[in-house]
Each structure stands twice: as C-alpha cells, then as structure tokens.
Ligand binder design. Structure first.
Ligand SMILES: Cc1cc2nc3c(=O)[nH]c(=O)nc-3n(C[C@H](O)[C@H](O)[C@H](O)COP(=O)(O)OP(=O)(O)OC[C@H]3O[C@@H](n4cnc5c(N)ncnc54)[C@H](O)[C@@H]3O)c2cc1C
Length: 414
C-alpha cells in the first residue's frame, strides 16, 4: 500500500469544547499510527498474534483515556455525551477495526447501553459487567425469517410465563455475533389475555444465556458470501429462563428497542461519514498520482466531478448527522432527524464509495484498499436497522402531522 494512506488531517473544530477536540486529536493519533498500519493483520484470520496485537492497541487506548466512549465512567467508560461520541466516531471510522479496539463492539455495545439504562442491579452484575470486565460479548435477536423485520409488530417468537420462568419459542435470523455471544437480548411477543379479558401490551425483551437448553444456532447466514460476521439463524425451542431475565417493563420492549436503535443509527451514520472521508482521501490522492491518456487522473473533468460530488455528499451527510445528534442531546424528539439520516447517509456513502472505486479502477475492487468492505457496508446499511422505505414513511408522517396540527415545518429548529 502506498505511504500516503496513513495520513489523517484532524484540526481543532472552532466552537467545539477543547476536550472534544482533544479527544478527536488523540483518537486520530492512535488510528493513524497504530490501527491503519496494522489493518492487514487486524483483518486476518483469528490467531494468537492477532489477539496480542489487539490487546496491545487496546491498552494504549485505555492508557490515553479513550476506551468505551459509549459507557458512563462508573462502568469503565469515558462518560462523554452523545455529541462528543458522535464527533469521535467519524475519526474512529477511518479504519474498520477501530471501534472494537476502542471498546465499542456492536452489537454488544448497544446491549450494554440498554442494560445500563433498564437493567436491574442483578442483571447488571450478571450480564452487563462480564461484557465490560471479562471480555464476554452479546447479541441482539429481533428479526425473524418468516416475518417482516420492517414491521416489528409482526414478530411471532413467543414468551409465556410458566410459574417463575419465561418459556420462549420461535425462530430468529440475522442475530449478529451470535456464535461468540454469551447471551442474547431477545424480542418476544408476550401478549396474553388476562382474567379480566383484557389483552396486555405486546412485546418484551428477555435476556437469554446462549448455553440455555433449546437455544440452537442452525447456521450463520452468509452476507455477500461471507459468514465472518456470524449472523445466526437461531431456533428457540422451549427455552426456559427465570422471570427476572425480563428487561424493563413487560410489554415495553419496543420503546426500549427504539431508544437503542435510534442512538445506534446516529453512531452508524457517523461511522459512514468516517468511512466516506477515508475513501475520499484515497480517491483524491490516487487521482493526483495516476497517469492516464497523457495526463494525471486529477486533471480529467470526470474525476473532478467525482471529487466535487463526493465532497458535497460527505459534507451534507456529516452536517445532517451532527444536527441530529444535537437534537438528541437537547432532549427534543429526534425521530424525524434519525429517520432522515438513516435514509440519506448510507445512500450518500454508497455513491461516494462507488466513485472512489471507479477512480481506483481494478485496485478499487481488490483487497489492497478498504473500499470493497465499505461498499458492502454501504449496501447492507440501507436495509439493517430499518430499510429506507420505512424511514421515509416516518419522516413524511411526522411532517404531515405537524402540518395537520397547523404548525408547518420549521427547518431552523427541526
Ligand atoms: C448485515 C445485517 C445485520 C443485521 N443484524 C441484525 C441483528 O443483529 N439483530 C436483528 O434482530 N436484526 C438484524 N438485521 C436485520 C435487519 O434489521 C432487517 O433485515 C431489517 O429490519 C429489514 O427487515 P427484513 O429483512 O425482514 O425486510 P422486510 O421487512 O421483509 O422488507 C423487505 C423490503 O420491503 C421494502 N419495504 C418494507 N416496508 C415497506 C413499505 N411500507 N413500503 C414500501 N416498501 C417497503 C423495503 O425495501 C425492504 O427492504 C440485520 C440485517 C443485516 C442486513
């Protein structure tokens, strides 16, 4: 790989607090000096050498106070706010491997946040703390092969109380990381008719240790031909767990899930921004070195178009995502902004990576740059965490509701 891929220009952002600029600078230093130069080894097959390398980089991350930006200090995290984490994420995302080296291992990190907020003291001790201090990981089991994931009310996996135990039956798929996980957070239908004839609320999240009898991974669903991410298809057959494994209130599963997924979407979008930024950097530098038809690629107007369009896509995606993070931090209802970025940012990423690949020619689809990986990520991002269409519907409904109530839409505040 050419030398220039290791450089990353991160200057202080005016109007940001000094500590956030300092976090970005220090994160960029580690990503540039330790993560990017080791990408080949970090992306290679599991081995004792790879584990040792990961431990070594993670210990530098810890020493410099940058570990687990998503967790509060009492759980060994950085205890920084949502916006600061968003600003840090665009830097981390320059490398596909940074997040896990910085202690943010999706989907475990999402589960950790939910447990910090909704877990009982016992659940925190039994399930959350081992993921922080003992290297355990977890998975999130919501989507089902036989029902539309874009309509979460269609979930059929059932949990029924039998004395002091929940008994779970159903089939899930795309439960990422299931092969390595110690426990799964499972979305279950717990709808039941009470003695008074009233049907109670519908969905509840339940923690299931993956060694519970009846929990069976049938296969890893390959994505673009690879099983590396261990997206498990899982059957739950009379899986029994204690009633106290229920997370939060019975019937409130969707609310907690939306909160988790909402925050996750902002992190995902900032990851997309960082990945686009790296692809842009590779594209501009490649164009300035590669000679075609008697001149540099960078002198050709097609290439200039690719660079300009990509700048526009990245800047628009970045500002929209930061605006969304600001709305979340302010405590206002962020649902419209979250859905809007979930549609726009992965599509923008798709366009930017596509252009970067084209400018690189065959090198762009080879394994010698990270572009192939980003391209796949951009495509799956348009489906995971809700496909484009459902988010567009939500944006339109919220706007129409505001108009129906006589408020119009104020782009200055919304
Ligand atoms: C890489 C990856 C990782 C994932 N990880 C996890 C995980 O860890 N845990 C988990 O539980 N799930 C996970 N998922 C599942 C993901 O959240 C679902 O795939 C997603 O919610 C869409 O559900 P579905 O695949 O069932 O699509 P469907 O609901 O079957 O929708 C199919 C298509 O229909 C269209 N569509 C849907 N609704 C409408 C509408 N109202 N109008 C018009 N068109 C519409 C959309 O184009 C959509 O893509 C993952 C998925 C991927 C790809």
């Amino acid at each position: 790989m050419p030398e220039h891929v290791n450089t990353m220009v991160i200057e202080p952002i005016p109007n940001l607090p000094d500590e956030v600029n300092e976090i970005r600078r220090k994160a960029a230093e580690i990503v540039t000096e330790l993560v990017i130069p080791n990408e080949e080894a970090l992306g290679g097959p599991a081995s004792a050498e790879r584990d040792a390398l990961e431990d070594e980089i993670s210990s530098v991350v810890r020493e410099r106070g940058l570990y687990a930006p998503h967790l509060p200090k009492e759980y060994g995290g950085m205890g920084i706010g949502f916006l600061a984490h968003a600003y840090m994420n665009e830097v981390l995302a320059w490398s596909f491997y940074s997040n896990r080296l910085f202690g943010v291992k999706a989907p475990t990190s999402g589960n950790q946040k939910v447990l910090v907020k909704y877990g009982t003291p016992e659940q925190k001790k039994k399930f959350l703390e081992p993921t922080i201090y003992e290297g355990q990981t977890a998975c999130y089991s919501m989507t089902e092969p036989d029902n539309a994931g874009s309509d979460p009310r269609s979930i059929q996996t059932s949990a029924v109380l039998d004395g002091d135990e929940w008994v779970i039956n159903g089939r899930k798929w795309y439960t990422s990381n299931s092969k390595h996980a110690s426990w799964a957070l499972v979305m279950c239908r717990t709808e039941e008719e009470g003695e008074d004839g009233v049907v109670n609320d519908k969905m509840t999240q339940i923690i299931v240790p993956t060694d519970t009898p009846g929990f069976k991974i049938e296969r890893a669903v390959p994505v673009f031909g690879s099983e590396a991410q261990a997206h498990g298809e899982i059957t739950y057959t009379n899986v029994r767990v204690p009633r106290e494994n229920q997370l939060g209130e019975r019937g409130q599963g969707h609310e907690a899930a939306q909160e988790r997924l909402g925050a996750g979407r902002v992190y995902h979008c900032m990851n997309c921004v960082g990945q686009m930024w790296r692809a842009f950097d590779l594209m501009v530098k490649r164009a300035s070195e590669r000679k075609v038809h008697g001149g540099l690629l960078s002198e050709k107007q097609f290439t200039q178009g690719a660079i300009a369009d990509s700048y526009i896509d990245i800047q628009a995606a970045r500002l929209m995502t930061l605006r969304c993070a600001e709305v979340i931090e302010s405590g206002a209802d962020p649902r419209t902004q979250i859905s809007a970025i979930k549609v726009f940012v992965p599509q923008a990423m798709h366009r930017v990576i596509d252009r970067a690949i084209q400018v690189h020619g065959a090198l762009g689809v080879s394994g010698d740059t990270p572009l192939w990986r980003y391209y796949q990520k951009a495509r799956t991002m348009r489906i995971e965490d809700g496909p484009d269409e459902v988010h567009k519907i939500l944006v339109a409904k919220n706007i129409q509701k505001s108009y129906a109530a006589g408020h119009g839409w104020d782009f200055g505040t919304l």
